[in-house]
Design a protein around this ligand. Structure first.
Ligand SMILES: O=C(O)c1cc(=O)[nH]c(=O)n1[C@@H]1O[C@H](COP(=O)(O)O)[C@@H](O)[C@H]1O
Length: 280
């Protein structure tokens, strides 16, 4: 793992395409897969998704949704650790979707949990929220960069409520724009792609334009959830991101997971999504 996260992700996207498969073990999905909503069901679900991703070309990264493990307490975290480990063994990049954020001194603890060598929960990258200010995330950003890992900072989220905070600010200087501009500074010299990623929902690309946000200059991997279950369509996402599309990692969770529990069916859903997202 000698290359920066941004380079490793760029390589994975060149090979697999732009799909990030979210591992979101919702109770209703466990039930639909014929599993109990318990830790045994959680473990089977998670291992099946990793197996499907490992057996096919098309998944540039796996993004386990931490909340849906956390609901089982320490037993859920143990399964998350195993899931991250299995993905590592299959050489698939992992993004822990933990959405962490805190004052700098205690942010260091979250950074150690998700980004430090040897931590049981270590992932290639973690999602962060900058509500306490972008610079409060510095311990995680610095640890990520020094350990060839990455972060994805929420900028413009896919949910309709996000605008009530993220669009605030004088014209041309919204909260979201400030976050993107701050990431751009951290990524300024990185090639081919920075390791300080941004989350920009696939459903809100119009907002990025109207808020005058320059996603190309950010030189950031852009995690774009909203494809599939939240309704964003591939052609609109490509068009919406414009020149920044080459840096976009499109997440789909329920849209693909609903095709389980058979590995073969998950693999064909992955192949369909890949085909849908890639323009030849
Ligand atoms: O950080 C995220 O991944 C995220 C940010 C965002 O703006 N919107 C969003 O949906 N997500 C996550 O992306 C996944 C979307 O799942 P599906 O709607 O089932 O594809 C969930 O795990 C969400 O928590």
């Amino acid at each position: 793992m000698f290359q920066p996260f941004g380079s490793r992700l760029a390589q994975a996207m060149d090979h697999h395409g732009p799909l990030c498969l979210g591992i979101d073990p919702h109770p209703h999905l466990l039930n639909a897969w014929g599993l109990n909503d318990d830790t045994a069901g959680l473990a089977t679900f998670s291992q099946t998704v990793v197996e499907a991703a490992a057996e096919t070309t098309g998944v540039a990264a796996l993004k386990p949704q931490v909340a849906l493990y956390e609901r089982f307490g320490s037993a859920g975290f143990a399964i998350l650790e195993d899931t991250l480990q299995s993905a590592r063994e299959a050489s698939i990049l992992t993004i822990a979707d933990a959405k962490r954020g805190d004052i700098g001194s205690t942010m260091e603890g979250y950074a150690q949990a998700w980004l430090a060598d040897g931590s049981a929960l270590v992932a290639d990258a973690v999602t962060l929220t900058a509500y306490l200010g972008y610079e409060s995330l510095r311990p995680a950003i610095d640890l990520a960069l020094s350990h060839n890992r990455g972060v994805f900072v929420l900028a413009l989220t896919s949910n309709p409520e996000g605008a009530s905070v993220q669009h605030l600010g004088p014209e041309g200087d919204s909260v979201a724009k400030r976050i993107v501009d701050a990431a751009a500074r951290d990524n300024a010299t990185a090639e081919p792609l920075g390791s300080v990623g941004l989350v920009v929902g696939a459903t809100v690309t119009d907002d990025a334009k109207s808020l005058n946000i320059d996603l190309v200059r950010a030189n950031a991997p852009i995690l774009a959830p909203g494809y599939g279950a939240q309704g964003a369509q591939a052609a609109d996402i490509r068009q919406g991101f414009g020149q920044a599309w080459k840096n976009v990692l499109v997440n789909s969770s329920r849209g693909i997971l609903q095709h389980g529990p058979k590995v073969a069916d998950l693999k064909s859903a992955i192949a369909d999504a890949r085909k849908d997202l890639i323009v030849k």
